[in-house]
Write a protein that binds this ligand. Structure first.
Ligand SMILES: *[C@@H]1O[C@H](CO)[C@@H](O)[C@H](O)[C@H]1NC(C)=O
Ligand SMILES: *[C@@H]1O[C@H](CO)[C@@H](O)[C@H](O)[C@H]1NC(C)=O
Ligand SMILES: *[C@@H]1O[C@H](CO)[C@@H](O)[C@H](O)[C@H]1NC(C)=O
Ligand SMILES: *[C@@H]1O[C@H](CO)[C@@H](O)[C@H](O)[C@H]1NC(C)=O
Ligand SMILES: *[C@@H]1O[C@H](CO)[C@@H](O)[C@H](O)[C@H]1NC(C)=O
Ligand SMILES: *[C@@H]1O[C@H](CO)[C@@H](O)[C@H](O)[C@H]1NC(C)=O
Ligand SMILES: *[C@@H]1O[C@H](CO)[C@@H](O)[C@H](O)[C@H]1NC(C)=O
Ligand SMILES: *[C@@H]1O[C@H](CO)[C@@H](O)[C@H](O)[C@H]1NC(C)=O
Ligand SMILES: *[C@@H]1O[C@H](CO)[C@@H](O)[C@H](O)[C@H]1NC(C)=O
Ligand SMILES: *[C@@H]1O[C@H](CO)[C@@H](O)[C@H](O)[C@H]1NC(C)=O
Ligand SMILES: [Cu+2]
Length: 582
């Protein structure tokens, strides 16, 4: 007793004297930008700036962000991607889950403690807005970084895809009768640090720690530094055993920290290349440049060389990383959630994403408010709405998600409130997960992990963070088309936290005329009665099966495809297309 007290006290004392409150006043408004030099457009900035400021704090700090929506014509919210929000689920940010959207002209404050080091980002989680500009780095420094003695300087570097059109316009063209196959809008450009031709001045014989974030909407990017290998030391906030790589594949929402040691001579400069994964694009428009180039500049009198063009990509496989803390496999699973997803059509003729046959539709009452206001009935998944894809977790359980993809695309899945162990990842076209005894003893962990085309992943985590957390594909198009599930984690323990929902959060709901208690439909008398809840369009008319339509559409030429659309018009009642925001 005595010994541990003496050992603990100095650590506690240090934390107390150094912990501070970091406050940001963010006025969110439109500003005109032209980051790819091809097209000037209104972009969502902060305090008259774009790129938006980076949020930075130390482990143990408290962060307060006052967000004032000065956009005039758009609602918004902020999500702090990867932060566990332990004990502050109401500050997580997704509209319809932990808050209502901040209406134009109103403010809302986020207030939470930082308990984890690493490379994160923050972005809007409302109306599909973040690709219109509202996304930036969030860096948590760590006095106990195990690699702090191994580098001289730190460099933050972002990657992103970039669209010239506004997201609401792109989304309504995407979820549309004219796009029954669900072809996603293709970005107009790739950006590195929200620009192109970025020059990073470096000195010879030094080691730099890069923190790289893909803040894009859609495109994973390959990233490499000519003439240099790198040593990965962190992914998504999890320190890893140092692992050498020469090329990364970074899906949207993933982050990597790596050490890069510069060469000893200063006679040449080296290209840095980000290259958007064109496998994701149904058609590649003429003239698209999928690449963005920057340089490590050793000597500004020497030329900036064009990068060597590669014929194929051979990126590092993140599944092989080993967490530096050695956390072993959670080998006894208490609760396994199977999620089978595919893309299909509803009777408006548009394309939607389905998990276990349900396309996510935002409830009227944010799911957190339902969990907080329904007493013991909060453990009943049905009250969160027929299309919220809700799963209820008990406190302390080892939970598992078996995610099976019946889609030929690559999908980066993200879990709020946790990082997860990736205990299995199937290869392309492996189909559904077949149980295998041979799992890694120390599996890699991160908060965003890609499932291969027509394949599966198995993710495990401990339900030690009461709250309401979304699990979703991070491709913005797929959030909008419903590739989202809701995890209600330990709802009774959550109620016992006595969270206070601040008045400005309640005011946001009031402005949108949304109730803040009861089931998904706002019914406070009978939680089983979901009358009036938000629903997606109905199923496709009798005589068509979803898989039949998708198979037909995929195997058809454009003319016949047009005919299929006309048949739908004839058979099904065309509902007004209802855009969903997440
Ligand atoms: C935010 O906008 C308000 C109202 O226009 C203004 O008073 C305030 O100074 C602005 N704050 C910042 C940080 O720009
Ligand atoms: C919203 O405001 C911006 C900036 O003024 C403008 O460019 C854009 O067209 C507006 N969007 C809509 C849908 O009105
Ligand atoms: C944040 O930390 C402060 C100071 O330690 C504490 O009083 C507060 O309860 C914490 N908040 C949460 C949500 O854990
Ligand atoms: C990249 O942008 C971030 C802010 O978004 C900035 O902090 C960082 O210094 C920039 N990096 C380089 C290499 O310019
Ligand atoms: C990077 O690593 C690869 C594979 O180990 C090796 O072939 C290559 O020479 C290394 N490149 C540099 C610049 O060190
Ligand atoms: C650079 O010089 C240092 C010190 O002389 C040496 O240890 C290192 O191996 C050299 N690096 C390279 C890439 O040649
Ligand atoms: C982009 O880079 C890749 C990889 O080097 C190359 O294959 C491709 O030709 C480049 N595309 C353009 C338009 O430069
Ligand atoms: C189980 O996984 C191991 C390691 O990946 C592999 O070698 C083995 O073939 C798999 N067994 C089955 C039955 O799939
Ligand atoms: C949340 O906090 C509890 C209590 O302090 C702790 O046991 C748990 O590990 C934390 N969970 C996460 C995900 O940080
Ligand atoms: C809560 O659940 C119980 C048991 O299922 C049920 O009898 C009761 O009516 C429910 N309460 C409400 C308000 O729906
Ligand atoms: Cu997806």
């Amino acid at each position: 007793m005595m010994l541990s007290f003496q050992v603990l006290l100095p650590a506690l004392y240090t934390a107390l004297v150094t912990a501070k409150t970091v406050t940001y006043d963010f006025n969110i408004s439109w500003i005109t930008t032209n980051p790819d030099g091809l097209y000037e457009r209104p972009t969502i900035g902060i305090n008259g700036q774009w790129p938006i400021p980076r949020i930075e704090a130390d482990v143990g700090d408290r962060i307060i962000v006052h967000a004032n929506n000065q956009l005039g014509n758009r609602t918004t919210s902020l999500h702090f991607h990867g932060l566990y929000m332990n004990g502050s689920s109401q500050m997580d940010g997704p509209v319809g889950t932990s808050q209502c959207a901040i209406p134009a002209g109103q403010s809302l404050t986020y207030d939470f403690n930082i308990t984890q080091p690493g490379t994160y980002w923050y972005h809007a989680h409302a109306d599909g807005s973040y690709p219109d500009g509202l996304r930036g780095p969030l860096i948590i420094n760590d006095a106990e970084d195990p690699y702090k003695d191994q580098y001289d300087e730190e460099i933050v570097l972002t990657l992103s895809d970039w669209y010239h059109s506004f997201m609401p316009d792109l989304i309504s063209n995407f979820i549309n009768t004219d796009n029954p196959t669900g072809a996603e809008p293709v970005p107009d450009s790739a950006l590195m640090n929200d620009t192109q031709n970025l020059q990073i001045n470096v000195q010879p014989g030094k080691t730099y720690k890069f923190r790289v974030i893909n803040m894009g909407a859609f495109a994973g990017q390959y990233l490499w530094f000519e003439g240099h290998n790198i040593s990965i030391v962190e992914v998504d906030g999890i320190y890893t055993e140092p692992t050498e790589a020469s090329m990364l594949y970074i899906t949207v929402a993933q982050r990597y920290s790596f050490l890069l040691t510069t060469q000893n001579d200063t006679t040449s400069n080296f290209a840095i290349v980000g290259s958007m994964d064109q496998d994701l694009f149904d058609t590649v428009p003429d003239g698209l440049n999928p690449n963005v180039t920057g340089w490590l500049v050793y000597n500004d009198k020497e030329p900036l060389p064009d990068p060597t063009l590669l014929d194929e990509f051979d990126p590092f496989d993140d599944y092989t990383l080993v967490p530096q803390d050695g956390l072993e496999l959670y080998d006894k699973v208490d609760y396994s959630m199977e999620m089978n997803f595919y893309m299909g059509n509803l009777n408006d003729g548009a394309n939607y994403a389905f998990i276990n046959d349900k396309t996510y539709t935002m409830p009227k009452v944010p799911s957190l408010y339902t969990a907080l206001s329904t007493g013991n009935n909060a453990t009943d998944a049905t009250i969160y709405g027929s299309n919220s894809n809700t799963f209820i977790l008990d406190q302390g359980q080892v939970a598992e998600i078996v995610l099976n993809s019946a889609d030929p695309g690559k999908h980066p899945f993200h879990l709020h409130g946790h990082s997860f162990q990736a205990v299995w990842r199937g290869a392309e076209d492996d189909g559904s997960y077949a149980y295998n005894e041979t799992l890694p003893t120390v599996p890699m962990r991160r908060d965003t992990f890609m499932v291969n085309p027509n394949s599966n992943i198995v993710l495990r985590f401990k339900a030690d963070n009461p709250g309401v957390w979304l699990f979703h594909c991070h491709i913005e198009w797929h959030i909008d088309s419903g590739l989202v599930a809701t995890l209600i984690e330990a709802p009774l323990a959550l109620q016992a936290q006595n969270l206070v929902i601040p008045q400005d959060h309640l005011d946001a709901c009031k402005a949108a005329n949304r109730p803040t208690s009861g089931n998904a439909a706002g019914n406070t008398a009978n939680y089983e009665d979901l009358t009036g809840e938000n629903l997606p369009p109905g199923p496709i008319p009798a005589g068509f099966t979803t898989s039949g339509i998708v198979a037909m559409v995929f195997s058809c030429v454009a003319g016949f495809l047009g005919m299929a659309v006309i048949i739908w018009y004839g058979l099904g009642e065309i509902e007004t297309q209802k855009r969903k925001a997440a």
